[in-house]
Design a protein around this ligand. Structure first.
Ligand code: NAD
Length: 288
């Protein structure tokens, strides 16, 4: 029977460390702050925003929301982003995506200040992730997976790791983070032949496909570590991951559930990025 890797436990441990860091910053006169830029009121965005606000509050980080109307123009959106870039009280910026259809995300990528880009929108930060330079900000979800592995003492070094999913938000950057930690990484996607065999061969199997319960028992090797990034709704309307938890759990040595898995760690990583961004500003000010 697999040990359940609870994201909620990981978040709890991270919280203690973050509080210490925010207190140290405040003693030096810096109040770390996240700015959220949201267009419209998509339920997914509002739900993530509530989680992010709560996490910032719990860790002593300020959080402000710029809400723009659904029909905002591209120019107004870009001006709002530039205002946050200029605001010295803001250390991290999170732009909710996808944007409404009439807006173009591309110009925002080069507009956002890379040093405030705490969820890896800027090509500068993407390039850093892909070149193994950890001075930037990786996307929060892949980093949350790494936090889960670290918390549960799983060193990916030398291990065969299979990642299902090749998106720029999860699969690809996660593969790069794992590679930096010396894992032997295989990325699977919709055109992969012998998905079952490739998954079963993995010491660590990470599912980020967005397909409810697609990882079944034959796809997990005996004693594998199984991390589920997927967030889906099953046929009964319940939240579920990409892994058929009941079927896979008996074969896994460790397995993360959905909910209370990776998703619970994402906002903690976001908070950690804001604190790091604030520390960078604070350090720079001290040198001047
Ligand atoms: P996406 O749709 O952009 O990418 C999915 C990837 O999975 C694609 O590369 C596709 O090739 C691959 N894929 C899809 N079906 C497959 C199949 N049957 N076999 C093999 N490969 C398959 O999705 P995304 O944005 O990368 O998100 C993936 C999942 O992670 C979603 O369920 C999403 O909700 C979830 N997610 C969770 C968090 C979190 O905080 N936990 C954050 C972001 C995304």
């Amino acid at each position: 029977m697999g040990t359940v890797m609870l994201g909620t436990e990981v978040a709890k441990a991270m919280k203690e460390r973050l509080i210490q860091r925010t207190e140290a910053l405040k003693e030096r006169g810096t109040e770390p702050k996240l700015a959220i830029l949201r267009v419209g009121a998509r339920p997914d965005d509002l739900s993530y925003e509530r989680g992010a606000k709560k996490r910032m509050e719990l860790t002593g980080i300020g959080c402000q929301v710029t809400e723009l109307p659904e029909d905002v123009s591209q120019r107004e959106l870009e001006e709002a982003l530039e205002a946050l870039n200029r605001d010295p009280s803001v250390h991290g910026i999170l732009v909710f995506r996808p944007l409404p259809g009439h807006l173009d995300e591309e110009p925002l990528k080069s507009l956002i200040d890379p040093v405030k880009d705490v969820d890896c929108l800027s090509p500068v930060n993407i390039a850093k992730v892909f070149s193994g330079d950890d001075s930037g900000y990786a996307p929060c979800t892949p980093e949350a997976v790494m936090e889960m592995l670290d918390h549960y003492g799983i060193d990916p070094k030398g291990k065969k790791v299979t990642v299902i999913g090749r998106s720029m938000v999860v699969g690809k950057p996660l593969a790069m983070l794992l590679l930096k930690r010396h894992a032997t990484v295989t990325i699977c996607h919709t055109r992969t032949e012998d998905l079952t065999g490739t998954c079963r061969a993995a010491d660590i199997l990470i599912a980020a496909a967005g397909k409810a319960k697609m990882v079944t028992a034959p796809m997990a090797g005996e004693g594998a570590v199984v991390v589920d990034v997927g967030i889906n709704v099953d046929e009964d309307g319940h939240l579920c991951g990409d892994v058929d938890f009941e079927a896979v759990e008996p074969k896994a040595s460790l397995i993360s559930p959905v909910p209370r898995g990776v998703g619970s760690v994402t906002t903690s990583v976001l908070a950690a990025h804001v604190v790091r961004a604030a520390q960078a500003v604070c350090g720079k000010r001290k040198k001047e």
